[in-house]
Design a protein around this ligand. Structure first.
Ligand code: G3I
Length: 306
């Protein structure tokens, strides 16, 4: 493959109800990631009760339109029902494996990348104090990766996190973790850096960081890029924002092992930013009316034709 494929997170309701949104996904992107539909709380809200409606919709859409799917995510501290981890180590291990077998097995052969474990480390590089760590200890990562590989040997299995774009304490810890897992023969194929950034703060050592993971034999990807700005955004803000998108994409393109550059949504109409970061917004390449911002040209190198 030559260069990273461009992708976007997909908002389930928008894909279903907003024809213009759907057309733009079809037109502009080669890779789709469900923003929420494959997360444990959505897929298995109660023990043994699965709801694949949203996930099926996304995978069917991808197949009908010739796109690859980044599956997101199987193991996380967030959007995960308490019952999965609350019943003691034996039950937690059984739930972990059963969940992965069911979800990965259902889409066997149809998912390009799986974010198997999301956000496993804290910013200081230690294992995050997550319900999975408390229930199973550090082995939960290898257990999850092994179960995912058994359920779909053709899917590329990723660890994925935020604040790891640059060479820093947290990405150093991921580098060591990845080396250890590979040395132990655990099926790990990729490392995803999310890429949630604040405008004006491009990740300076992104390229160098991606390259070192590539040198371990892993694929790398920018998996959730967005660049938030203080709102209301000035003309200058959106120009600076465009330069941050451009810089990240240029770095991704410079790294041979980088196979995907995925934005976490493309329009300010459907955005997780305003409800999470007070005073910030406008983080995406199109505005709420699907008009191209300078960041759109930075990513696609052309004007919007929506
Ligand atoms: O499912 C309920 C729905 O029943 C209810 O009607 C609705 C009312 O608010 O809320 C729905 O849940 C929301 C869920 O998204 C699904 O839409 C939650 O409130 C909301 O907090 C949740 O936010 C998602 C967030 O992950 C959860 O932590 C965002 O949309 C999603 O963009 C965000 O994505 C994460 C990645 O998975 C991992 N990396 C960071 C990224 C941003 O936080």
């Amino acid at each position: 493959m030559s260069g990273p494929l461009l992708g976007t997170a997909v908002h389930g309701r928008a894909l279903r109800e907003d024809a213009q949104y759907r057309r733009i996904v079809e037109r502009d992107f080669d890779v789709v990631t469900p923003e929420n539909a494959m997360k444990p709380a959505h897929v298995q809200p109660e023990p043994g009760r699965f709801d694949f409606a949203g996930a099926d919709e996304l995978v069917d859409f991808a197949e009908q339109t010739g796109k690859r799917v980044r599956g997101h995510t199987l193991v996380w501290h967030n959007q995960t029902p308490d019952w999965m981890t609350d019943g003691g180590p034996e039950a937690a291990r059984a739930h972990l494996v059963a969940h992965i077998e069911a979800v990965v097995g259902r889409y066997r052969g149809r998912i390009w990348h799986w974010d198997v474990v999301n956000e496993a480390l804290a910013d200081d590089g230690t294992l995050r104090d997550s319900p999975w760590l408390r229930a199973l200890g550090p082995d939960y990562l290898a257990i999850a990766l092994t179960a995912a590989h058994a359920a779909d040997p053709s899917a590329k299995l990723f660890l994925n996190d935020y604040n790891v774009e640059e060479v820093c304490t947290k990405s150093d810890a991921y580098y060591e973790l990845a080396r250890r897992l590979l040395a132990d023969g655990v099926p790990l194929h990729g490392f995803g850096v999310q890429g949630h950034r604040i405008s004006g703060e491009p990740p300076a050592s992104l390229r160098e960081n991606l390259e070192r993971f590539g040198a371990l034999g892993l694929e790398v990807a920018v998996t959730e890029a967005d660049v938030r700005v203080p709102v209301p955004a000035s003309r200058e803000d959106v120009e600076v924002q465009a330069s941050v998108y451009r810089r990240m994409l240029d770095d991704a393109r410079a790294v041979e092992a980088c196979t995907a550059f995925v934005v976490w949504g493309f329009s300010d109409r459907y955005s997780w930013i305003p409800e999470t970061f007070e005073g910030f917004g406008a983080a995406h390449v199109m505005d709420e009316h699907f008009r191209a911002k300078p960041a759109y040209s930075a990513v696609f190198g052309e004007e919007d034709v929506a």
